[in-house]
Design a protein around this ligand. Structure first.
Ligand code: ATP
Length: 486
């Protein structure tokens, strides 16, 4: 991370805490590693990001429906999916610092460093070596690469490494009143399996015709070897996944479709296209015949935000075998049954949250010849902003608070609002800018005479006089989901 990016990331994380977006879990007990809580504004922003995804995937697609499956599933689900045997990360320990790392990530960090130093050929060579080692599951080769490229522990600075070992990422617990004799169950490491096991339930009860999709938003749990970079890699996180069931043979066409559609969805939030790139997987997961990541340029480099995977018929076939139940689709046109193929889109909600904050955050210099001035502003899309409008009485007297409350009571059913009467109007504007509120409405003495208010816009800082009667439409148009979804 360059100094300015490093600085930006620090500013964003401390801003997130200061304004009630994200807190460390159990902070009063010194925190729980890689677990975070969303605060009062974070919860609103997160809900809005979920709504954006849900509306675009479910509400706007007649052939996609949403479900909400349980976190606990029958243990055999994870045997069938391959997670019990194969959901591992290669880990390595530094004997001096006693710190544990993911071997592939240590190498990726070195690639990023080569790139930053302009050593493109070296970066390419290392990427090829990493891809080859990962695709052949060669742990010894990963260790060789770490030694050959003289990768040091970021904490101790030494190259005193253990061998590379595999580490299963699933959390388990016991179900039932007594620990003894009860069954071991897992906290789901992905939401996708809840969709696969409900494939026939949804298809039959919803009379769904292929191609169709099932979407779901929910918590997932992974005992990550190392967790870092704030909410980027957590042990408890949230996924938004959609499995799209297609006729075998058409999967590549749908893979291309979703690959493009998902990137467009990201860019529609107003984020520059240059901030994104595709990264094709060199090593395909056991279930996939094509896979790509959508990566975003975080202050610490390009990292995965979303994966699009062509999962073949792997999961449904596995569940058929282990459950002994048929999971097939009957095609009424051809009078044939088949196990559908699946294209998956899987996005991490917390990473989306982080990229949204990083992109929105700006320290703006507003100085002019007369005075020094600055503000911190979150340029969030109005539909995503946690607070849609703030309502201020100019002063605390002369009936202005009552009038402001009256407006608030009219608008609060449709919009999340904040009322503020403390400090100067300028200070109140700054507080709202810092949390990304798209507009502030000020009630002054003129309001009492002609029922108009001043509305001040966050990004342009321009003000206009509008009738109270028009506020509902004005704010409604500004924060409408249509602006994002059309
Ligand atoms: P990575 O390579 O970064 O570990 P992954 O390839 O294992 O991610 P997937 O299994 O494809 O991730 O999960 C889909 C999405 O879930 C990812 O694109 C990411 O946004 C999110 N995700 C995965 N693991 C985590 C985590 N530990 N914390 C937060 N989000 C995560």
């Amino acid at each position: 991370m360059s100094k300015s990016n490093d600085e930006l990331f620090k500013q964003v994380t401390s801003h997130a805490k200061e304004y009630g977006f994200v807190f460390q879990s159990s902070e009063i007990y010194d925190g729980l590693s890689a677990v975070y809580d969303y605060g009062q504004l974070g919860a609103e922003l997160k809900n809005n990001l979920k709504t954006y995804w849900w509306k675009s995937m479910v509400q706007l697609h007649e052939n996609i429906v949403g479900i909400d499956s349980a976190i606990f599933m029958h243990p055999k689900v994870w045997k069938a999916s391959g997670h019990v045997d194969g959901f591992n990360d290669p880990m390595i320990d530094n004997k001096d610092s006693k710190k544990r790392y993911r071997a592939d990530q240590l190498i990726e960090d070195k690639i990023t460093r080569y790139q930053k130093d302009g050593k493109t050929a070296k970066a390419e060579e290392l990427q090829n070596e990493l891809d080859a080692a990962l695709s052949s599951d060669n742990l010894a080769a990963l260790k060789d690469i770490i030694e050959k490229h003289e990768i040091v522990c970021p904490v101790s600075g030494t190259r005193n490494w253990t061998d590379v070992r595999q580490f299963n990422l699933m959390f388990s617990t016991r179900m039932g009143a007594m620990a003894e004799g009860s069954d071991e169950v897992y906290l789901r490491p992905e939401t996708a399996q809840g969709i696969f096991v409900n494939f026939l339930n949804v298809q039959k009860s919803g009379r769904m015709k292929i191609p169709f999709g099932i979407a779901q938003i929910g918590k997932a749990f992974r005992n990550e070897v190392i967790a870092r970079q704030f909410i980027m890699r957590m042990r408890e996180f949230e996924q938004m996944e959609m499995q799209f069931f297609v006729k075998p043979g058409t999967e590549m066409q749908w893979y291309t479709y979703w690959k493009e559609a998902r990137l467009k969805w990201h860019i529609a939030m107003g984020i520059p296209a240059a901030k994104y790139r595709y990264h094709d997987h060199a090593k395909l997961a056991h279930y996939a015949n094509a896979a790509v990541d959508i990566e975003f340029e975080f202050p610490f480099g390009f990292k995965e935000v979303e994966g699009i995977h062509s999962r073949t018929d792997f999961d449904l076939t596995q569940h058929q075998e282990l459950s002994g139940k048929k999971l097939q689709y009957f095609d009424t046109e051809t009078n044939q049954s088949y196990v559908p193929y699946v294209i998956e889109t899987s996005i991490g909600l917390d990473r989306l949250f982080l990229l949204t904050l990083c992109t929105a955050y700006e320290e703006q210099d507003l100085s002019n010849d007369e005075k020094q001035d600055s503000r911190t502003v979150l340029h969030l899309h109005p539909a995503l902003a946690p607070v849609k409008a703030a309502i201020f009485p100019l002063t605390k007297k002369d009936g202005l608070p009552e009038k402001a409350r009256e407006i608030m009571n009219r608008l609060k059913f449709d919009f999340s609002l904040q009322y503020d009467e403390k400090d100067s109007i300028g200070k109140r504007y700054r507080r709202q800018d810092a949390i990304g509120t798209p507009c502030c409405i000020t009630v002054d003495h003129q309001t009492l005479e002609d029922n108009t208010v001043t509305i001040r816009h966050r990004d342009s800082m321009e003000q206009e006089r509008v009738a109270i009667a028009d506020l509902e439409k004005l704010v409604g148009d500004m924060v409408s989901w249509k602006n994002l979804l059309l």
